[in-house]
Design a protein around this ligand. Structure first.
Ligand SMILES: N=c1c2ncn([C@@H]3O[C@H](COP(=O)(O)OP(=O)(O)OP(=O)(O)O)[C@@H](O)[C@H]3O)c2ncn1[C@@H]1O[C@H](COP(=O)(O)O)[C@@H](O)[C@H]1O
Length: 121
């Protein structure tokens, strides 16, 4: 992975490295870094942000339904991904773990998976 890696996974991996470096144990400074500040405040702070950003995604999507520009939707989804990545880092997970989970699901219909889950006692 390098800065020249323009894949989605590359961009997420680079951001994950920066987030990791903002952890209190790595010397992240809450005065100078937004990520360090959220990590310093703890889960309640960044989980609240995730809830807010998810709501903002929904509102932006509804606005697009009513003719608004898609740029706001992109912006809000980026905020949601970003704050979710702070939670992943806090809980010791990486974007690659999410990608692996999505890959594991590849080719399994959501309807099939749901039926199997409901059939399991
Ligand atoms: N991708 C982001 C990113 N996306 C959004 N944000 C910040 O997230 C904050 C929350 O967005 P809101 O719209 O809720 O704004 P707000 O009302 O100011 O937020 P609050 O007062 O509720 O905290 C804003 O301050 C945004 O600037 C981000 N801050 C940082 N990054 C990445 O994280 C890296 C490290 O950032 P620092 O830790 O700040 O150096 C940066 O280089 C970027 O790559």
């Amino acid at each position: 992975m390098s800065a020249a890696d323009t894949s989605i996974e590359g961009a997420l991996a680079r951001l994950a490295v920066v987030i990791e470096s903002r952890k209190p144990a790595q010397g992240g400074n809450p005065e100078k870094s937004y990520v360090a500040r959220l990590l310093h405040k703890g889960p309640d702070a960044f989980l609240k942000k995730i809830g807010e950003e998810a709501t903002e995604v929904v509102m932006a999507a509804k606005d697009v339904d009513h003719g608004a520009d898609k740029a706001k939707l992109l912006y809000e989804v980026a905020d949601l991904w970003f704050h979710s990545m702070i939670a992943l880092a806090h809980y010791g997970l990486e974007p690659a773990d999410v990608v692996a989970e999505l890959e594991r699901r590849e080719g399994t219909s959501g309807l099939e998976e749901k039926a199997q889950r409901q059939a399991t006692p």
